[in-house]
Design a protein around this ligand. Structure first.
Ligand code: NAP
Length: 246
């Protein structure tokens, strides 16, 4: 199988945290192509409008949820809205916040480091805390991570984001250990370069393939739990669509 056929998540409700973003767009697109209804929390109606116009007619199964999942109060409000909109979620994918680069780990200063942790790591905790209780026991929660947290040592300029990414990975493992597979929780370290207009030149994977993989993991990866999956090659996407997650 080389793509989704619309039956994989048909009839299910899903959420994409960060769904208005560069990565999130492809996660929303993948869940929609798999047949799901997709709820997207966002702080901005303009961002939702842009997402809707990028998706075209597929956006009829897109449900915006206005709010800020990156604050404790905002996350509670988003949870309440999702509860009103859906009796049960089957899959959540989370790709909030964005890349960060600075001239120096030490000299950029504490305020900048604090900001990176607060805006890149905390939304992962808050989203998991708010949305995991709404997921069916047989469902799944998948976070998107990037390679920065897995390079030893991190090259100059990416120290702070590397700390956030490594911490995200440990956070998701700790949460996964607690759910014990009901629902399944995984962190996907994605090697793709995705920008506001789609897949960037030179990206090893197309955004659509990332969407295929995350939707296939939700639909077919029934025994995949508490794994850090390095998604680097097209072959992994083809295998995932056939239900294999090596
Ligand atoms: N882009 C890539 O190629 C790539 C590759 C590997 C890994 N990643 C990882 O994937 C994640 C997403 O990256 P991206 O490039 O898609 O970022 P992005 O374009 O900036 O999108 C992030 C989205 O998160 C949402 N968000 C919700 N609450 C937020 C909050 N409190 N603070 C900040 N954002 C919030 C924003 O939606 P609203 O503004 O609408 O609320 C925004 O659309 C990052 O962790 C990044 O490291 C990205």
């Amino acid at each position: 199988m080389t793509s989704l056929n619309g039956t994989e998540l048909k009839g299910y409700d899903t959420v994409v945290v960060g769904g208005t973003g560069n990565v999130g767009y492809f996660l929303v697109d993948g869940f929609l192509r798999a047949g799901a209804r997709v709820l997207v929390p966002s702080r901005s109606t303009a961002n939702v409008d842009r997402l809707r116009s990028r998706l075209g007619s597929a956006a009829d199964r897109l449900v915006p949820v206005l709010g800020d999942i990156g604050t404790a109060d905002g996350a509670v409000q988003v949870q309440e809205q999702v509860r009103q909109l859906s009796s049960e979620l089957f899959a959540v994918a989370s790709a909030p916040a964005s890349w960060h680069q600075s001239h120096s780990m030490l000299h950029a200063g504490f305020a900048e480091f604090k900001n990176v942790i607060e805006t890149r790591l905390y939304p992962h905790y808050l989203a998991a805390e708010a949305l995991l209780p709404l997921i069916a026991l047989g469902g799944s929660y998948t976070t998107i991570n990037g390679p920065a947290g897995f390079i030893n040592p991190p090259p100059p300029g990416i120290g702070a984001i590397a700390v956030a990414a490594a911490a995200q990975n440990k956070l998701i493992q700790a949460i996964a250990a607690e759910t014990a597979g009901t629902p399944r929780v995984n962190d996907v370290v994605m090697k793709a370069f995705l920008g506001p207009d789609g897949t960037r030149p030179g990206s090893p994977l197309r955004g659509e393939q990332v969407g295929d993989f995350i939707a296939a993991l939700a639909a077919h990866g029934t025994s995949v739990h508490n794994r850090t999956i390095q998604l680097t090659e097209t072959g992994q996407v083809t295998e995932a669509l056939s239900g294999t997650f090596a």
